[in-house]
Design a binder for this molecule. Structure first.
Ligand SMILES: Nc1ncnc2c1ncn2[C@@H]1O[C@H](COP(=O)(O)OP(=O)(O)OP(=O)(O)O)[C@@H](O)[C@H]1O
Length: 287
């Protein structure tokens, strides 16, 4: 169980604002922090990992106090049982894949490092240097490295945002599997609603340092927003312009439907969307 109750003054684009968070995360839960750029999501991960210090409050993980401003407790990052994966991989360029993993271990263990590389399907690349790998492969190494110290908590700061759609999809599956296999409690920062839908048990939507919505992805993104009589979830496959309007081709189950977009700026190819209709008068026919 993670218990966070913290405050920190931040300096944003529009001036100062305070990040105030009271959050409990159950063991084994996959939680996503979602929200606009600059809302404070990365700062939350940095405070949990000990890279940044809250002004006030307490962070407790599995009964152990990591930070307590009143009692003057502030465990350094290396004493916190946490794995962190950043957006930009942050691998050591002068070390091979295997050396990157060994370096992260408290007690370097070659066999265990190779086991970890097998978990992320990279054992054949163990002697390569990071700059000879694709973005997706580098991010896999970063995930293996984050697991090298056997953390109970995995923090993922937009780990897939630099990758293209098909690689992102594969790595999403991999992250989900790793979360389960290693029995982790995972906190992901993501802008990507499709990703949030696929991966999270719970979404915490943060704006300007405050939680504005919280719950299952469905509850947060769909239920309250739409009062449609009928609604279906689908994936956007294509968007094309026809005269002055935009038409999206959306895959809903086995069907493809074409829908005129009311807000082109909000929707992109690859998004998971809800298609709903308020005045819907369907015809039902026997097949
Ligand atoms: N130590 C600090 N002191 C003051 N302000 C800070 C500090 N760290 C970050 N900030 C500011 O707080 C704001 C929130 O930053 P943060 O990186 O947490 O946002 P974010 O929600 O993760 O954004 P993005 O999605 O763009 O990564 C930013 O405007 C940043 O400049």
């Amino acid at each position: 169980m993670i218990r966070i109750n913290i405050e920190k003054e931040l300096l944003g684009d529009g001036g100062r604002f305070s990040l105030r968070l009271d959050l409990h995360i159950k063991k084994g839960e996959f939680v996503t922090l979602f929200g606009r750029s600059g809302s404070g999501k990365t700062t939350v991960l940095r405070m949990i990992s000990g890279l940044e210090k809250p002004d006030r409050g307490k962070i407790e993980i599995d009964g152990k106090v990591y930070f307590d401003s009143e009692k003057g407790i502030d465990l350094p990052p290396q004493k916190r049982n946490i794995g962190f994966v950043f957006q930009n991989y942050a691998l050591f360029p002068n070390m091979t894949v295997l050396e990157n993993i060994l370096f992260a271990m408290d007690r370097p263990d070659r066999e265990k490092a190779i086991e970890l590389l097998k978990t992320v399907h990279l054992e054949d690349l163990k002697d390569r240097y990071p700059d000879t790998l694709s973005g997706g492969q580098q991010q896999r190494v970063a995930v293996a490295r984050a697991l090298a110290r056997e953390p109970s908590i995995l923090l993922l700061d937009e780990p897939l945002s630099a990758l293209d759609f098909s690689i992102r999809e594969k790595l999403q599956e991999e992250i989900k599997r790793i979360h389960r296999v290693f029995n982790l409690t995972t906190i992901l920062v993501s802008h990507d609603k499709t990703e949030v839908f696929k991966l999270s048990d719970r979404v915490v939507w943060i704006e300007k340092g405050r939680i504005i919505k919280e719950g299952s992805p469905r509850k947060v993104f769909i239920e309250k927003n739409i009062s449609g009589k009928f609604s279906f979830i689908g994936n956007v496959l294509q968007i094309k312009k026809a005269d002055t309007i935009y038409i999206a081709t959306i895959e809903i189950g086995d069907n493809l439907v074409e829908v005129v977009l009311s807000d082109r700026d909000e929707i992109s190819v690859g998004d998971k969307v809800i298609v709903s209709s308020k005045a819907f008068n369907p015809v039902v026919k026997k097949l």
